[in-house]
Design a protein around this ligand. Structure first.
Ligand SMILES: NC(=O)c1ccc[n+]([C@@H]2O[C@H](COP(=O)([O-])OP(=O)(O)OC[C@H]3O[C@@H](n4cnc5c(N)ncnc54)[C@H](OP(=O)(O)O)[C@@H]3O)[C@@H](O)[C@H]2O)c1
Length: 341
Protein backbone atom coordinates (compact mmCIF):
# COMPACT_ATOMS: atom_id res chain seq x y z
CA UNK A 1 0.00 0.00 0.00
CA UNK A 2 1.04 3.62 -0.40
CA UNK A 3 1.36 5.64 2.81
CA UNK A 4 2.35 9.23 3.57
CA UNK A 5 3.76 10.15 6.97
CA UNK A 6 3.77 13.83 7.92
CA UNK A 7 6.37 14.28 10.66
CA UNK A 8 8.35 11.26 9.44
CA UNK A 9 11.57 12.90 10.62
CA UNK A 10 10.42 13.07 14.26
CA UNK A 11 10.77 10.53 17.05
CA UNK A 12 7.44 8.78 16.51
CA UNK A 13 7.38 9.32 12.74
CA UNK A 14 10.87 7.88 12.12
CA UNK A 15 10.08 4.69 14.00
CA UNK A 16 6.73 4.34 12.26
CA UNK A 17 8.29 4.83 8.82
CA UNK A 18 10.93 2.18 9.59
CA UNK A 19 8.26 -0.22 10.88
CA UNK A 20 6.01 0.18 7.85
CA UNK A 21 8.99 -0.36 5.57
CA UNK A 22 10.35 -3.39 7.45
CA UNK A 23 6.89 -4.96 7.64
CA UNK A 24 6.64 -4.67 3.84
CA UNK A 25 4.06 -1.87 3.67
CA UNK A 26 6.03 0.46 1.42
CA UNK A 27 6.63 2.60 -0.49
CA UNK A 28 6.34 5.35 2.08
CA UNK A 29 6.29 9.05 1.38
CA UNK A 30 7.42 11.58 4.00
CA UNK A 31 6.93 15.33 4.06
CA UNK A 32 9.70 16.92 6.09
CA UNK A 33 11.65 20.12 6.42
CA UNK A 34 14.73 18.09 7.32
CA UNK A 35 14.95 15.11 4.91
CA UNK A 36 18.21 13.72 6.31
CA UNK A 37 16.65 13.31 9.79
CA UNK A 38 14.30 10.68 8.31
CA UNK A 39 17.33 8.39 7.91
CA UNK A 40 19.13 9.47 11.10
CA UNK A 41 20.22 6.59 13.35
CA UNK A 42 18.74 4.18 10.78
CA UNK A 43 20.24 1.05 12.38
CA UNK A 44 18.50 1.72 15.68
CA UNK A 45 15.17 2.69 14.04
CA UNK A 46 15.28 -0.56 12.06
CA UNK A 47 16.02 -2.59 15.21
CA UNK A 48 13.02 -0.99 16.94
CA UNK A 49 10.98 -1.63 13.79
CA UNK A 50 11.85 -5.31 14.00
CA UNK A 51 10.59 -5.38 17.61
CA UNK A 52 7.32 -3.91 16.35
CA UNK A 53 7.19 -6.62 13.67
CA UNK A 54 7.57 -9.25 16.40
CA UNK A 55 4.64 -7.71 18.31
CA UNK A 56 2.55 -7.91 15.12
CA UNK A 57 3.61 -11.50 14.53
CA UNK A 58 2.68 -12.40 18.16
CA UNK A 59 -0.97 -11.72 17.28
CA UNK A 60 -0.88 -13.46 13.91
CA UNK A 61 -0.81 -10.31 11.77
CA UNK A 62 2.45 -11.41 10.17
CA UNK A 63 3.47 -14.98 9.36
CA UNK A 64 6.85 -16.61 10.15
CA UNK A 65 7.84 -16.04 6.50
CA UNK A 66 6.90 -12.36 6.82
CA UNK A 67 9.11 -12.10 9.90
CA UNK A 68 12.06 -13.68 8.06
CA UNK A 69 11.58 -11.22 5.19
CA UNK A 70 11.36 -8.37 7.71
CA UNK A 71 14.63 -9.49 9.32
CA UNK A 72 16.35 -9.43 5.90
CA UNK A 73 15.04 -5.94 5.20
CA UNK A 74 16.10 -4.61 8.61
CA UNK A 75 19.56 -6.14 8.19
CA UNK A 76 20.10 -4.13 5.00
CA UNK A 77 20.22 -0.97 7.14
CA UNK A 78 20.09 2.59 5.90
CA UNK A 79 20.32 1.61 2.22
CA UNK A 80 17.05 -0.31 2.55
CA UNK A 81 15.36 2.63 4.25
CA UNK A 82 16.51 5.04 1.55
CA UNK A 83 15.10 2.72 -1.14
CA UNK A 84 11.76 2.45 0.65
CA UNK A 85 11.12 6.09 1.47
CA UNK A 86 10.46 9.02 -0.83
CA UNK A 87 11.04 12.34 0.95
CA UNK A 88 9.33 15.51 -0.18
CA UNK A 89 11.12 18.45 1.33
CA UNK A 90 8.60 20.93 2.62
CA UNK A 91 6.73 22.57 5.45
CA UNK A 92 3.45 21.12 6.69
CA UNK A 93 2.14 24.70 6.89
CA UNK A 94 2.53 24.96 3.11
CA UNK A 95 -0.75 23.76 1.62
CA UNK A 96 0.80 23.08 -1.80
CA UNK A 97 3.50 20.82 -0.32
CA UNK A 98 0.94 18.94 1.78
CA UNK A 99 -1.34 18.51 -1.22
CA UNK A 100 1.52 16.99 -3.23
CA UNK A 101 2.47 14.70 -0.31
CA UNK A 102 -1.02 13.25 0.15
CA UNK A 103 -2.11 12.76 -3.44
CA UNK A 104 -2.33 9.23 -4.79
CA UNK A 105 -1.85 7.42 -1.47
CA UNK A 106 -4.05 4.97 0.46
CA UNK A 107 -3.47 6.39 3.93
CA UNK A 108 -1.91 9.39 5.65
CA UNK A 109 -0.42 9.52 9.15
CA UNK A 110 -0.26 12.96 10.76
CA UNK A 111 2.60 12.88 13.26
CA UNK A 112 3.47 16.58 13.16
CA UNK A 113 3.25 18.45 16.42
CA UNK A 114 5.16 20.79 18.72
CA UNK A 115 5.05 20.82 22.50
CA UNK A 116 7.13 24.01 22.67
CA UNK A 117 6.39 27.25 20.90
CA UNK A 118 9.43 29.05 19.53
CA UNK A 119 9.89 32.12 17.40
CA UNK A 120 8.11 31.51 14.12
CA UNK A 121 6.17 28.43 15.20
CA UNK A 122 3.09 28.52 17.40
CA UNK A 123 0.62 25.91 18.64
CA UNK A 124 -1.93 27.64 16.43
CA UNK A 125 -0.05 27.40 13.15
CA UNK A 126 1.63 24.02 13.74
CA UNK A 127 -0.67 21.87 15.89
CA UNK A 128 -3.98 23.26 14.65
CA UNK A 129 -3.10 24.87 11.31
CA UNK A 130 -1.24 21.89 9.79
CA UNK A 131 -4.12 19.60 10.75
CA UNK A 132 -6.72 21.80 9.14
CA UNK A 133 -4.72 22.27 5.94
CA UNK A 134 -4.01 18.53 5.81
CA UNK A 135 -7.74 17.81 5.99
CA UNK A 136 -8.42 20.35 3.22
CA UNK A 137 -5.63 18.93 1.05
CA UNK A 138 -6.83 15.34 1.50
CA UNK A 139 -10.36 16.30 0.50
CA UNK A 140 -9.00 18.20 -2.49
CA UNK A 141 -7.08 15.19 -3.87
CA UNK A 142 -9.61 12.55 -2.80
CA UNK A 143 -7.50 10.74 -0.17
CA UNK A 144 -9.80 9.74 2.67
CA UNK A 145 -7.90 7.63 5.22
CA UNK A 146 -6.25 9.67 7.99
CA UNK A 147 -4.51 8.42 11.13
CA UNK A 148 -3.98 11.26 13.57
CA UNK A 149 -1.38 11.17 16.36
CA UNK A 150 -3.09 12.89 19.25
CA UNK A 151 -2.21 13.10 22.95
CA UNK A 152 -3.82 11.67 26.04
CA UNK A 153 -5.04 14.66 28.05
CA UNK A 154 -6.03 16.95 25.17
CA UNK A 155 -8.73 19.24 26.54
CA UNK A 156 -10.54 22.48 25.89
CA UNK A 157 -9.01 24.06 29.01
CA UNK A 158 -7.72 27.61 28.37
CA UNK A 159 -5.17 27.11 31.16
CA UNK A 160 -3.54 24.30 29.18
CA UNK A 161 -2.54 26.01 25.92
CA UNK A 162 -0.73 22.99 24.50
CA UNK A 163 -3.47 20.50 25.40
CA UNK A 164 -6.06 22.91 24.07
CA UNK A 165 -4.35 23.18 20.68
CA UNK A 166 -4.27 19.38 20.52
CA UNK A 167 -7.96 19.22 21.42
CA UNK A 168 -8.76 21.70 18.63
CA UNK A 169 -6.75 19.66 16.12
CA UNK A 170 -8.33 16.39 17.23
CA UNK A 171 -11.81 17.92 16.96
CA UNK A 172 -11.03 19.10 13.41
CA UNK A 173 -10.06 15.51 12.54
CA UNK A 174 -13.12 13.85 14.08
CA UNK A 175 -15.43 16.41 12.45
CA UNK A 176 -13.66 16.24 9.07
CA UNK A 177 -15.85 13.63 7.39
CA UNK A 178 -12.67 11.73 6.43
CA UNK A 179 -12.08 8.07 7.42
CA UNK A 180 -10.11 9.04 10.51
CA UNK A 181 -8.56 7.11 13.37
CA UNK A 182 -7.15 8.95 16.39
CA UNK A 183 -4.38 7.43 18.52
CA UNK A 184 -3.77 9.18 21.85
CA UNK A 185 -0.85 7.83 23.89
CA UNK A 186 0.48 8.96 27.25
CA UNK A 187 4.28 9.29 27.33
CA UNK A 188 6.15 7.43 24.56
CA UNK A 189 9.74 6.48 25.33
CA UNK A 190 12.76 5.54 23.22
CA UNK A 191 16.35 6.54 22.66
CA UNK A 192 15.59 9.79 20.83
CA UNK A 193 12.48 11.09 22.60
CA UNK A 194 12.65 14.60 24.04
CA UNK A 195 11.54 13.69 27.58
CA UNK A 196 14.27 11.06 28.01
CA UNK A 197 16.87 13.42 26.58
CA UNK A 198 15.93 16.31 28.89
CA UNK A 199 15.61 14.07 31.96
CA UNK A 200 19.04 12.55 31.36
CA UNK A 201 20.43 16.06 30.94
CA UNK A 202 18.85 17.10 34.25
CA UNK A 203 20.24 14.02 36.01
CA UNK A 204 23.74 14.68 34.71
CA UNK A 205 23.82 18.42 35.45
CA UNK A 206 26.02 18.22 38.57
CA UNK A 207 27.47 15.91 41.21
CA UNK A 208 24.05 15.73 42.86
CA UNK A 209 20.93 15.24 40.73
CA UNK A 210 18.03 17.40 41.91
CA UNK A 211 14.56 16.71 40.58
CA UNK A 212 12.51 19.87 40.91
CA UNK A 213 9.17 18.35 39.99
CA UNK A 214 5.79 19.89 40.78
CA UNK A 215 4.20 18.33 43.86
CA UNK A 216 7.23 16.07 44.27
CA UNK A 217 6.68 14.44 40.86
CA UNK A 218 3.73 12.36 42.04
CA UNK A 219 1.79 12.91 38.80
CA UNK A 220 1.34 9.52 37.17
CA UNK A 221 2.10 8.76 33.54
CA UNK A 222 1.65 5.58 31.53
CA UNK A 223 4.79 5.17 29.47
CA UNK A 224 4.89 2.91 26.45
CA UNK A 225 7.89 1.90 24.38
CA UNK A 226 8.06 3.35 20.88
CA UNK A 227 8.10 -0.08 19.16
CA UNK A 228 4.68 -0.82 20.68
CA UNK A 229 3.30 2.49 19.45
CA UNK A 230 4.76 1.82 15.98
CA UNK A 231 3.04 -1.60 15.95
CA UNK A 232 -0.29 -0.04 16.98
CA UNK A 233 -0.02 2.69 14.32
CA UNK A 234 0.86 0.07 11.70
CA UNK A 235 -2.38 -1.76 12.51
CA UNK A 236 -4.29 1.51 12.11
CA UNK A 237 -2.66 2.06 8.70
CA UNK A 238 -3.27 -1.46 7.40
CA UNK A 239 -6.77 -2.05 8.84
CA UNK A 240 -9.26 0.41 7.32
CA UNK A 241 -12.01 -1.01 9.54
CA UNK A 242 -10.43 0.97 12.37
CA UNK A 243 -11.87 4.18 10.85
CA UNK A 244 -14.02 6.12 13.30
CA UNK A 245 -12.12 4.83 16.36
CA UNK A 246 -10.31 6.89 18.99
CA UNK A 247 -7.73 4.91 20.95
CA UNK A 248 -6.49 6.23 24.30
CA UNK A 249 -3.48 4.07 25.05
CA UNK A 250 -0.50 3.58 27.33
CA UNK A 251 1.83 0.89 28.59
CA UNK A 252 0.94 -1.66 31.27
CA UNK A 253 1.88 0.49 34.32
CA UNK A 254 0.93 3.81 35.88
CA UNK A 255 4.22 5.33 37.10
CA UNK A 256 4.88 8.57 38.96
CA UNK A 257 7.09 11.04 37.10
CA UNK A 258 9.66 11.00 39.91
CA UNK A 259 9.86 7.19 39.76
CA UNK A 260 10.54 7.30 36.02
CA UNK A 261 13.41 9.73 36.67
CA UNK A 262 14.71 7.56 39.54
CA UNK A 263 14.65 4.48 37.30
CA UNK A 264 16.65 6.40 34.68
CA UNK A 265 19.17 7.41 37.36
CA UNK A 266 19.52 3.80 38.54
CA UNK A 267 20.20 2.67 34.94
CA UNK A 268 22.81 5.40 34.54
CA UNK A 269 24.49 4.56 37.85
CA UNK A 270 23.64 7.97 39.31
CA UNK A 271 23.26 7.42 43.04
CA UNK A 272 22.78 10.85 44.55
CA UNK A 273 19.28 11.76 43.40
CA UNK A 274 17.07 13.99 45.49
CA UNK A 275 13.53 15.01 44.87
CA UNK A 276 13.00 18.72 45.43
CA UNK A 277 9.27 19.16 45.96
CA UNK A 278 8.36 22.64 44.79
CA UNK A 279 5.05 24.47 44.99
CA UNK A 280 3.52 24.58 41.55
CA UNK A 281 3.39 28.40 41.38
CA UNK A 282 7.13 28.68 42.08
CA UNK A 283 7.91 26.19 39.33
CA UNK A 284 5.50 27.88 36.95
CA UNK A 285 7.34 31.16 37.54
CA UNK A 286 10.76 29.48 37.22
CA UNK A 287 9.74 27.73 34.00
CA UNK A 288 8.49 30.98 32.48
CA UNK A 289 11.81 32.62 33.38
CA UNK A 290 13.90 29.72 32.04
CA UNK A 291 11.88 29.82 28.83
CA UNK A 292 13.13 33.36 28.28
CA UNK A 293 16.80 32.81 29.02
CA UNK A 294 17.61 29.18 28.15
CA UNK A 295 17.65 27.72 24.64
CA UNK A 296 16.61 24.23 25.82
CA UNK A 297 15.01 24.58 29.29
CA UNK A 298 14.27 21.35 31.17
CA UNK A 299 10.57 22.20 31.24
CA UNK A 300 8.32 24.99 30.02
CA UNK A 301 5.29 26.64 31.61
CA UNK A 302 2.99 24.98 29.05
CA UNK A 303 4.47 21.53 29.76
CA UNK A 304 4.03 22.11 33.51
CA UNK A 305 0.38 22.93 33.04
CA UNK A 306 -0.03 19.53 31.32
CA UNK A 307 1.31 17.83 34.47
CA UNK A 308 -1.50 19.06 36.72
CA UNK A 309 -3.37 15.79 36.42
CA UNK A 310 -2.40 12.15 35.99
CA UNK A 311 -1.99 11.26 32.33
CA UNK A 312 -3.25 7.70 32.34
CA UNK A 313 -5.86 5.36 30.92
CA UNK A 314 -6.73 1.66 31.35
CA UNK A 315 -3.75 -0.60 32.08
CA UNK A 316 -4.87 -3.06 29.38
CA UNK A 317 -5.65 -0.36 26.80
CA UNK A 318 -3.19 -1.67 24.18
CA UNK A 319 -4.33 -5.27 24.56
CA UNK A 320 -7.97 -4.20 24.35
CA UNK A 321 -7.46 -2.06 21.25
CA UNK A 322 -4.71 -3.96 19.40
CA UNK A 323 -4.53 -7.44 20.92
CA UNK A 324 -0.85 -7.56 21.90
CA UNK A 325 0.82 -7.07 25.28
CA UNK A 326 2.99 -3.92 25.34
CA UNK A 327 6.41 -4.07 26.97
CA UNK A 328 6.81 -3.35 30.68
CA UNK A 329 8.79 -0.25 31.65
CA UNK A 330 11.42 -2.07 33.71
CA UNK A 331 11.98 -4.54 30.85
CA UNK A 332 13.04 -1.82 28.39
CA UNK A 333 14.30 1.07 30.55
CA UNK A 334 17.93 0.10 29.84
CA UNK A 335 17.47 1.98 26.52
CA UNK A 336 18.17 5.14 28.53
CA UNK A 337 21.89 4.26 28.64
CA UNK A 338 21.99 5.13 24.94
CA UNK A 339 20.25 8.49 25.28
CA UNK A 340 22.47 11.40 24.26
CA UNK A 341 21.44 14.42 26.37
N1 LIG B 1 6.76 11.52 22.16
C1 LIG B 1 5.73 11.37 22.97
O1 LIG B 1 5.87 11.02 24.16
C2 LIG B 1 4.34 11.57 22.44
C3 LIG B 1 3.26 11.19 23.25
C4 LIG B 1 1.97 11.39 22.78
C5 LIG B 1 1.76 11.96 21.54
N2 LIG B 1 2.83 12.33 20.79
C6 LIG B 1 2.56 13.01 19.51
O2 LIG B 1 3.22 12.39 18.43
C7 LIG B 1 3.53 13.36 17.43
C8 LIG B 1 5.01 13.28 17.12
O3 LIG B 1 5.71 13.49 18.34
P1 LIG B 1 7.27 13.25 18.44
O4 LIG B 1 7.58 12.86 19.82
O5 LIG B 1 7.71 12.42 17.30
O6 LIG B 1 7.81 14.73 18.24
P2 LIG B 1 9.11 15.24 17.45
O7 LIG B 1 10.21 14.27 17.56
O8 LIG B 1 9.35 16.64 17.91
O9 LIG B 1 8.63 15.27 15.93
C9 LIG B 1 7.78 16.25 15.46
C10 LIG B 1 7.72 16.16 13.97
O10 LIG B 1 6.90 17.24 13.51
C11 LIG B 1 7.58 17.82 12.41
N3 LIG B 1 7.16 19.21 12.22
C12 LIG B 1 6.94 20.16 13.16
N4 LIG B 1 6.57 21.29 12.55
C13 LIG B 1 6.56 21.04 11.20
C14 LIG B 1 6.26 21.79 10.06
N5 LIG B 1 5.87 23.06 10.16
N6 LIG B 1 6.37 21.19 8.85
C15 LIG B 1 6.77 19.90 8.72
N7 LIG B 1 7.05 19.14 9.78
C16 LIG B 1 6.95 19.70 10.99
C17 LIG B 1 9.04 17.71 12.74
O11 LIG B 1 9.76 17.82 11.54
P3 LIG B 1 11.04 18.72 11.31
O12 LIG B 1 12.18 17.76 11.32
O13 LIG B 1 10.82 19.32 9.98
O14 LIG B 1 11.10 19.73 12.42
C18 LIG B 1 9.08 16.30 13.30
O15 LIG B 1 9.15 15.37 12.24
C19 LIG B 1 3.12 14.71 18.01
O16 LIG B 1 1.86 15.03 17.56
C20 LIG B 1 3.09 14.43 19.50
O17 LIG B 1 2.23 15.27 20.22
C21 LIG B 1 4.11 12.14 21.19
Amino acid sequence: MRVTVLGGSGFVGRHLVATLAVAGHGPIRVLSRSPERVFGDARRSLAVAFEAVEALSSIGKLSRDDVVAARDRADRGEAFLRESVEVIEGDARDWGAVREAVSGVDAVVHAVGIIRETEGRSYGDTNVGTTQSLIDAMKDVGTSRLIYMGILGASDDPEMPYGRSRWQAESAVTESGLDWTVVKPSLVLGVSDAVSRRTVKLLRTGPIALLPFPDGGRTKLQPMYVSDLAAALTLCVTEPERAGQTYEIGGPEHIALVDIARAFAAELGIKRVYSLPMPRFVLQFGAALMGRVLKDPPITAAELSQLREDNVTALDSVEQAFGFAPRRFFDYVSYVRNVVP
